[in-house]
Design a protein around this ligand. Structure first.
Ligand code: DAH
Length: 335
């Protein structure tokens, strides 16, 4: 009997050693200590043995079984610990290194450049109230500017913000004047999708408020930024524009880098891409933020972050940026 038990234990040890995964352990468990295992048979045969043999072998068989169960448990633990740190190399696929998303890289480049000019980076909510997204920015309920910024209105009375300009009001309320902030973020609009329009895209807002701020300051910051972003001379044009929250307002376009200004679907064949809206902060907006327009002036700007990324990395269709299609996005394995 002793020999038999000893042999069983040795067999078990050898099998456990060879086991590599949970399924192996389960098989071993059923074979060596399960209901139909040899040791279980031995245990049930005890009842037919003489009292003497019962005494002799009872505890020996029981102890051996216990011991075998302990061996199985400790091997299970060992394998579990091992599987936490090792990969199943039977799975045959190539692991590719990821990269930052082109829009993320662009946001980082711009905020880094702005930080060097003394701007603080802030962020605001994507789910916003009508007040911060529109009213406080001088866009009352019946204003035609709302047409161009139709968005998703939520059941709770809030909306998905259409622009990062909501940060202007939050920042003035939170920090007061003087102020120098930038705010990258995601915005949403009810758009007809095409190569240059998405319902979800990114902007970066900037705002400076201080005494004696003029358009000169705005132009300086814009030029500096574009030079830093593109590392080359890019052709820009400044047009008078209209935004309810700035007066006067400007739009800055950039020569389309996809087609070199010749005209393509990305720039709607115009050769130019609208890149920045900007202007001097409207006195009503300063007032909405609790700042006295007699004492302070300021400028604000809003860059199309997504468009900048498209220009910089020559991405000709905005829709791939939200597609999550690694095959395409990995082409911009930039940093
Ligand atoms: N929020 C505007 C838009 O989405 C862009 C913009 C224009 C931002 C002028 C500004 C600004 O800060 O001064 O179209």
């Amino acid at each position: 009997m002793e020999e038999k038990l000893q042999k069983l234990k040795q067999e078990l040890e050898a099998s456990l050693k060879a086991a590599t995964k949970e399924a192996d352990i389960l098989n071993i468990k059923s074979k060596y200590v399960g209901k139909k295992s040899e040791i279980s048979h031995l245990l049930s045969s005890l009842k037919d043995m003489s009292i003497e043999n019962k005494k002799k072998y009872g505890s020996l068989i029981n102890d051996t079984k216990k011991n075998m169960e302990e061996l199985i448990n400790s091997r299970t633990e060992e394998l579990e610990n091992k599987s936490n740190i090792t990969f199943d190399d039977t799975l045959d696929f190539e692991v590719k290194a990821g990269s930052l998303h082109p829009v993320t890289i662009m946001a980082k480049n711009i905020t880094d450049a702005l930080k060097r000019m003394g701007f603080t980076v802030v962020s605001g909510p994507e789910m916003e109230s009508e007040y911060y997204n529109f009213e406080a920015l001088n866009v009352p309920k019946d204003h035609p500017a709302r047409d161009m910024q139709d968005t998703y209105f939520l059941d709770n009375g809030m909306l998905l913000r259409t622009q990062t300009s909501d940060n202007q009001i939050h920042a003035m309320e939170n920090y007061g004047a003087p102020l120098r902030i930038c705010a990258p973020g995601r915005v949403f609009r009810n758009e007809d999708l095409d190569a240059n329009h998405e319902n979800t895209f990114h902007q970066i807002e900037g705002m400076v408020i201080d005494k004696k701020i003029t358009i000169e300051n705005l132009l300086y910051v814009m030029q500096n930024l574009l030079r830093e972003i593109f590392n080359e001379d890019v052709k820009v044009r400044l047009r008078p524009g209209f935004f309810p929250f700035t007066e006067p307002s400007y739009e800055m376009d950039m020569s389309c880098l996809i087609c070199g200004g010749k005209g393509c679907p990305t720039c709607k064949n115009s050769g130019w891409i609208e890149m920045v809206g900007s202007g001097m902060v409207h006195p009503d907006v300063l007032r909405a933020g609790g700042i006295n327009p007699e004492e302070y002036t300021g400028f604000a700007f809003g860059f199309g972050l997504t468009r900048l990324a498209m220009m910089k990395y020559k991405i000709n269709d905005i829709r791939v940026l939200n597609s999550g299609d690694i095959r395409y996005l990995s082409k911009f394995n930039i940093e």
